[in-house]
Design a protein around this ligand. Structure first.
Ligand code: SRM
Ligand code: SF4
Length: 565
């Protein structure tokens, strides 16, 4: 697809204003004007329609059931209890289907109608949370390891990530004028954008910070990743990795998932200049003609890693040192209670597909409201969203544990105690009914799929096998499926590509095993593999590694060596 229309919209937008005000004021339709549908993304919102009723409304000649998804900018997913309560209120007052934790530690609201969009934005901002640049061709929400074990280090890395997120925000005042009624600054429409320039980036851009040994952010899937290097319990710097990304298009070999390459090592002080140099190099070298080839991963493949590194060094004035050795244990979360090194306690809850809504699987919204109120009255504790769509009730004093445990039990939020490892580590993107790009179900199908795969595992004594399963409704890869030991990638309603053989550390992509198959075929394809895994695996050998060792699939080697049993 040509990128020209989007480039033109950005250039003509007068600092992302476009005709959003006119679109919002138009009472005839629940939609925005076409160009404004692109521009609103930079304000953190997508126009969508309810795909469950699309056909029925078409037949009855009604316009699609338009509504808006809104995504927060919450670097590292850290929220105070006060902020939680305000976002919970937003979900009740304006949205459908509760709150949704995303794979980049944001909260999404679905189903907000156009006439309530501005009130919703105001209510989110009243919680001192904005949505600016949560979507669009800019730096997105910065992901940060939620690992609660290393409290001091988490605080340091989080502070750097939050500062970088602020540094890379667009300068435009449009957001504040349109949603928060701030006065237009006299003398011009466009604030200078020293980092982005008038057409912003060629494509979305994503940054993640990992703290080994846990790779919960899937650092190799980021455009720009920082891996904390710790010596004697202190942060000495970061390994910088560039060019990760998941998105691809079925049948288009020009697009592919790719893991990030090592750029080199930097000290903490060098973070902002190096990150800015990577972003501006992508701004200037990225493909602005073919949008599907516009991500940094393609810029690096087109120009070569060495050329890109030289560009970053020249722009930042910093020569990167050789990367330091790193290894990761896994890319999942640590569930249950852990005691941080500073004595604070942290409880990680499993949230299936990130959806926080009252239902048979627990009173998630009501229960978390009660917990937030408790933290508020205790004057201690915070929430951390994880990049695996889970929730940490973090930084608690030891005396708070019992009260929080009681609330977790009362509202049925203790699924993590019963769930199989397969269920604990699974990821699903939103897909239907809101995602306009979904080809198959993901979030809504995950619970049923898990039950069926668990039953097949149980037949081979593998109920407790720790296997990472991911499902996405299309190959854009929002649940980072190409890093799943087992992954289903939507192809058509009820049909998926079955991908196998990633490792469990986020350091090796999987490979296609069977194309365009339905549920029965998926289960039948997995069953003999479970049987041979049960019979022939080596001690501690993970499912993905086993499949590679057995030549069931032949994925490309990843960025850090894997020792196959
Ligand atoms: Fe995503 C587009 C949901 C993380 C790759 N993503 C979308 C849209 C906005 C559909 C659209 O463009 O119309 C989805 C909205 C669905 C809905 O109804 O809410 C959507 N993406 C999500 C979320 C909510 C999935 C989730 O289940 O949590 C995640 C929000 C993250 C956030 O808070 O910012 C989400 N998306 C990701 C990730 C994972 C990550 O960033 O770690 C990826 C793969 C990494 C990457 O970017 O390569 C991802 N989303 C995409 C792509 C493919 C981009 C590409 O390079 O081709 C698209 C389509 C596009 O941009 O054209 C997309
Ligand atoms: Fe939508 Fe595809 Fe992303 Fe799933 S992976 S949320 S179906 S764009």
């Amino acid at each position: 697809m040509s990128a020209a229309p989007v480039e033109d919209i950005k250039r003509a937008s007068r600092g992302l204003r476009g005709s959003l005000l006119e679109s919002l004021a138009d009472p005839i339709t629940g939609a925005l004007r076409e160009a404004d549908q692109t521009l609103i993304k930079y304000h953190g919102s997508y126009q969508q329609d309810d795909r469950d009723v699309r056909e029925e409304r078409r037949v009855t000649k009604l316009e699609p059931a338009y509504s808006f998804m809104i995504r927060t900018r919450t670097p590292g997913g850290v929220l105070t209890p006060e902020q939680w309560l305000k976002l919970d209120r937003v979900a009740n007052d304006y949205a459908e289907r509760g709150l949704r934790i995303t794979t980049r530690q944001a909260i999404q609201f679905h189903g907000v109608i156009k006439t309530e969009l501005k009130s919703t934005m105001k209510a989110i901002n009243a919680a001192l949370i904005d949505t600016l640049a949560a979507c669009g061709d800019v730096n997105r929400n910065v992901a940060v390891a939620a690992n609660p074990l290393v409290s001091g280090l988490h605080a340091t890395v989080y502070a750097q990530a939050a500062a970088l997120s602020e540094h890379l925000l667009p300068n435009t005042r449009a957001y504040y004028e349109i949603w928060l009624d701030e006065e237009r600054v006299a003398g011009g429409d466009e604030a200078a954008e020293p980092v982005y320039g008038p057409t912003y980036l060629p494509r979305k851009f994503k940054i993640g910070f990992a703290i080994p040994p846990i790779n919960d952010v899937d650092v190799y899937a980021q455009d720009l990743g920082f891996i904390a290097i710790v010596e004697n319990d202190a942060l000495v710097g970061y390994n910088v990795v560039v060019g990760g990304g998941m998105g691809s298009t079925h049948g288009d070999a020009e697009t592919y998932p790719r893991l990030a390459d090592a750029l080199g090592f930097i000290t903490p002080e060098q973070l902002i200049p190096v990150a800015t140099a990577v972003v501006t190099a992508q701004r200037d070298l990225g493909n602005r003609t073919v949008r599907k080839r516009a991500r940094l991963k393609y810029t690096i493949d087109d120009h070569g890693l060495d050329v890109f590194r030289a560009e970053v060094e020249q722009r930042s004035g910093i020569t990167l040192e050789a990367s330091r050795p790193v290894d990761f244990a896994h890319n999942g979360d640590r569930f249950g209670w852990v005691q941080g090194e500073d004595g604070r306690a942290h409880l990680t809850l499993r949230v299936t597909a990130g959806r926080l809504q009252d239902g048979e699987a627990g009173l998630w919204q009501t229960g978390l409201r009660a917990i937030a109120e408790q933290l508020q009255s205790d004057g201690s504790g915070e929430f951390r969203l994880t990049p695996n769509q889970n929730l940490v009730i973090a930084a608690l004093r030891p005396d708070q544990r019992e009260r929080i445990d009681a609330l977790v039990g009362t509202y049925g939020l203790d699924y993590f105690r019963r769930a199989t490892p397969l269920a604990l580590n699974s990821l699903a993107c939103v897909a239907l009914p809101t995602c306009g790009l979904a080809m198959a179900e993901a979030e809504r199908y995950l619970p049923a799929l898990l039950e069926k795969v668990e039953a097949r595992l149980a037949r081979h004594g593998l109920r407790d096998a720790d296997i990472h399963l991911r499902i996405s409704g299309c190959p854009n890869g929002c649940s980072r499926p190409f890093l799943g030991e087992i992954a289903l990638v939507g192809k058509a309603p009820g049909r998926y590509n079955l991908m196998l053989g990633a490792d469990h550390r986020g350091a090796r992509l999987n490979a296609l095993y069977r194309e365009n198959i339905d549920e029965a075929q998926i289960l039948d394809a997995l069953e003999p593999l479970f049987a041979s895994y049960a019979a022939e695996r080596s001690a501690h050998e993970r499912f993905g590694d086993f499949l590679v060792r057995q030549n069931v699939v032949k994925p490309k080697p990843g960025p850090i060596p894997v020792v196959l049993a």
